[in-house]
Design a protein around this ligand. Structure first.
Ligand SMILES: [Zn+2]
Ligand SMILES: [Zn+2]
Length: 481
């Protein structure tokens, strides 16, 4: 359909990559592990490891932790929804300014761009997201969010960093501090960006549209991390190639003819029809897709009617779909439209009252594809500081991220996002016992990362990755603290 064009507009280099790697994801993960292990065992460690920086990075990360935890508590207790991240952004701007970055605010909404120039050399961009979710926190933590606000529809909602973007921001500030302290060790430019509205799939596009690469310089690499709700704190998960799915939000309005609940034969009941359509949609993935093509169709909300004995005019459904290629996206959208309209016709809904399928193009995002060679290098640098047993090759996930857009511009910049373990070993062991407490997922109202090990690991991993990619200051003494 006409609206299914977002990803077709991506540069030509993007689509073949998706096609090539989508099918081979699991094998690539194994290949990646083999490459990392081979690099480590042959002594061909990353340059960061060779220059003996790990201990220094480690001790500095440990030293910063006290004040980073205070920052984390503050961010966690003061979350802001997508498009409303002004105070969060201001706090991060202060933090980066205080360690020598040149900072620009209000870039692409509440975005921030912070630049640290340090002579000739590569440019490494590091991204954090800023926004929180309309979730009422139930963790019981001492620093749990009590924030309530109105959402765009005027409903009162709780606000929580249920996706852990507060972890990302804290690691981001820690990395900025370490890179600033270690300026003697590297050459080049570090650009740190705080991206708004990730949860709405809009912030990366907005920053790119505002001229991110044109105004601040084209980076050679773009890095990010995301906390992982099932990975042990202290570990990092890495996925070469497609790492996160593309997503589209679809509004489906099922229309009928209203009337009295007792005279249902005079109506066309959109509630019964909605029930049939929802079940019909389940057959798209189970019966229409090849079993080896990952795809998801989820109906996440249903609203219709006002009272027990009134058959309403219409029912509103909100769907999310997940995919790794434009072809699959088109197939999912075509299936939704065909099933909805076909079932309405079968129910006798008259012409002119057929279902309306609307794709929210502004909230659609393409898959996030990690550059394989950059991912190998980042994994190797992180293994150099955390130890090779801490690196976990990770399968692609059906969650979405607008980080992928930074790699999909005409510049085709290599990108890599890695997973940061955020769960204590005790919670993981408890979840594995028969009848044990399952781990909450990201976006859960009880999701509570284990802060100390998660944040220290995130700072060390991102700093090691950046140092490896930046130019080396060969004259620097590597032994100095
Ligand atoms: Zn999220
Ligand atoms: Zn997130």
């Amino acid at each position: 359909m006409h609206s299914a064009t977002t990803i077709l507009r991506q540069p030509a280099c993007f689509l073949p990559m998706i096609g090539r790697y989508a099918v081979r994801g699991p094998n690539l993960a194994k290949t990646f592990l083999a490459l990392v292990l081979a690099a480590l065992s042959s002594g061909a460690m990353s340059a960061a490891a060779q220059t003996s920086t790990p201990l220094d990075v480690e001790s500095r990360a440990n030293k910063e932790y006290g004040s980073l935890f205070q920052l984390y508590r503050h961010l966690h207790a003061n979350p802001e929804l997508s498009f409303h991240e002004s105070k969060t952004s201001e706090r991060l701007q202060q933090e980066l300014r205080s360690v020598g970055f040149e900072v620009t605010g209000n870039f692409g909404g509440h975005g921030l761009v912070a630049v640290l120039r340090n002579g000739a050399g590569p440019t490494v961009m590091i991204r954090t997201d800023l926004d929180a979710l309309p979730v009422t926190e139930q963790t019981g933590l001492e620093y749990a969010s009590q924030v309530k606000t109105k959402d765009d529809q005027g409903n009162e909602v709780g606000v929580m960093h249920a996706c852990g973007h507060d972890v990302h921001m804290t690691c981001f500030v820690g990395t900025a501090r370490l890179l600033s302290q270690l300026k003697e060790r590297w050459r080049g430019t570090v650009i740190m960006i705080g991206q708004p509205a990730e949860e709405r799939g809009s912030g990366a596009k907005a920053m790119l549209a505002a001229g991110l690469f044109q105004k601040f310089g084209k980076p050679d690499y773009v890095l990010a991390l995301h906390d992982a709700a099932t990975l042990e704190a202290g570990r990092v998960g890495v996925t070469a190639g497609p790492a996160l799915a593309g997503t589209s939000s679809v509004d489906l309005t099922i229309r009928g003819i209203s009337g009295h609940g007792a005279w249902s034969y005079t109506t066309k009941d959109p509630i019964v029809l909605a029930a049939q359509i929802i079940l019909g949609l389940q057959t798209i993935v189970s019966r229409e897709m090849r079993a080896i093509d990952p795809a998801v169709v989820t109906v996440g909300s249903i609203h219709g009617g006002t009272k027990h004995n009134i058959i309403p005019d219409e029912v509103q459904l909100q769907l999310t779909i997940r995919f790794f290629s434009e072809a699959i996206r088109s197939q999912l959208l075509a299936g939704i439209e065909r099933i909805a309209k076909g079932m309405a016709q079968a129910a006798g809904v008259p012409a002119g009252r057929e279902p309306i399928v609307k794709v929210r193009e502004g909230e659609s995002i393409g898959p996030t594809v990690n550059h394989p060679e950059l991912t190998r290098r980042v994994g190797s640098a992180i293994a150099g500081i955390l130890g090779k047993d801490s690196i976990v090759p990770t399968e692609p996930v059906m969650g979405g991220e607008d980080f992928g857009y930074f790699g999909q511009t005409a510049e085709s910049i290599p990108i890599c996002i890695f997973w940061l373990g955020a769960v204590s070993r005790e919670k993981i062991e408890e979840s594995q016992k028969p009848g044990g407490k399952p781990l909450p997922s990201l976006h859960s109202n009880v999701y509570a990362p284990a802060p100390e090990l998660t944040i220290k690991t995130g700072v060390k991993a991102m700093t090691a990755a950046a140092l490896d990619l930046l130019g080396k200051n060969e004259g620097a003494s590597v032994a100095s603290p």
